[in-house]
Design a protein around this ligand. Structure first.
Ligand SMILES: Nc1ncnc2c1ncn2[C@@H]1O[C@H](COP(=O)(O)OP(=O)(O)O)[C@@H](O)[C@H]1O
Ligand SMILES: [Mg+2]
Length: 336
């Protein structure tokens, strides 16, 4: 198991709860934004529990509905539906004596929630097309990055099932609320990368750590880890400096131009607003136009006129906008 970096009092208290609850078969609900470490903590709970020797089975509840959901969780008998060419166990059976990790649990479709709750009450169920009652011994850990209570309030999630899963809630704060851990994480991930890629670990310049501490990391620890991997792989120098950071990362810190020419001011303001909206909407130009209250045609015209380029996810494609990233840094995130 990889080391879970704590680095702050809040995280130490959270970890104490994790270790305590690990000992008991109580249902744990991990909440926090994507990339904060929920799945890793679920594994730690399993490994610290008396079930550690038995399977840990993760299942993503966000991608399944109806019969597919039932099939994934409870399995099926041979011939129970077209394509069921042999008996197949579901996640509950696979996790027998171990831990079932229900990721994105708040996404379980409403239509599946009643049956699901029933199984959580007595851990007995039928495979699809089966008539033999299967009984399993499973510990449930679930996770969500949604405002779960709000889902309940809006009628998207049954309250009784919510309380069943929510016996011990554990909240993992986003990385931007515990930035003091960033230097340690950088060190930790570079050690890991050096070991994985069998390459020496480069030292990191102070200004790189500084800029990391100014950034808000909407993708949390996952985003930091992925960025370091990118930088580590392409870096051939013996130290990591600003010049090694990708320009799409540096774009978040670009300096707004100081101008007196009104046409230029207008161009810069419009460019920024367009980029901001496209970035937030993941590149959806139709919706962006609606939010900007212009027609899609006008948006296309402006993109063209101002030479704004974005990729399919709405991230700006660095080019004319940011020709020399290092020189124009204001160290002030404008977005997120
Ligand atoms: N505190 C931490 N220490 C070390 N690695 C971490 C930590 N938090 C997250 N990670 C790493 O970040 C990535 C995302 O974590 P994950 O558990 O998948 O997040 P989530 O399930 O909340 O989206 C994983 O590669 C995980 O190993
Ligand atoms: Mg996850």
């Amino acid at each position: 198991m990889q080391e879970f970096i704590l680095g702050s009092d809040v995280m130490h208290s959270m970890m104490k709860v994790v270790y305590e609850v690990a000992q008991y078969d109580v249902n744990v609900l991990l909440t926090g934004e994507s990339g904060t470490g929920k799945e890793m903590l679920a594994k730690i709970i399993h490994l610290q529990s008396p079930r550690a020797e038995n399977p840990f089975v993760p299942v993503n509840c966000g991608v399944l509905s109806g019969l597919m959901f039932e099939d994934k969780l409870f399995g099926h008998e041979k011939g129970s539906f077209t394509g069921a060419i042999r008996r197949e166990k579901g996640c509950f059976e696979m996790a027998d004596k171990g831990t079932l990790f229900l990721d994105e649990v708040s996404e379980i479709p409403l239509e599946n929630q009643v049956d699901f709750l029933r199984v959580l009450e007595d851990f007995r169920f039928l495979r699809i097309g089966g008539n033999e009652l299967i009984e399993v011994d499973v510990r449930i850990v679930s996770a969500t990055n949604k405002d779960f209570k709000d889902q309940v309030k809006r009628g998207l999630f049954r309250e009784d099932l919510f309380y069943r899963l929510h016996v011990v809630p554990i909240y993992i704060p986003p990385l931007r609320e515990r930035k003091t851990v960033i230097p340690r994480m950088v060190d930790h991930f570079l050690n890991q990368l050096a070991a994985n890629y069998k390459k020496p670990k480069p030292p990191v310049k102070r200004e790189v750590i500084d800029i990391f501490c100014r950034y808000d990391w909407p993708g949390n620890v996952r985003e930091l880890k992925n960025l370091l991997e990118r930088v580590f792989i392409i870096n051939d120098d013996d130290v990591i400096g600003m010049e090694h950071l990708p320009s799409d990362f540096l774009w978040h810190f670009r300096e707004p131009p100081r101008m007196t020419d009104l046409e230029e001011v207008k161009r810069a303001a419009e460019t920024q607003a367009i980029l901001d909206v496209l970035h937030r909407l993941g590149g959806d130009k139709e919706r962006a136009a609606r939010i900007l209250r212009i027609s899609p045609r006008t948006l296309r015209y402006k993109l063209n006129k101002y030479n704004i380029k974005v990729d399919r996810r709405g991230e700006p494609v660095p080019g004319d906008m940011l020709s020399q990233p290092g020189e124009r840094l204001s160290l002030r995130p404008l977005y997120h």
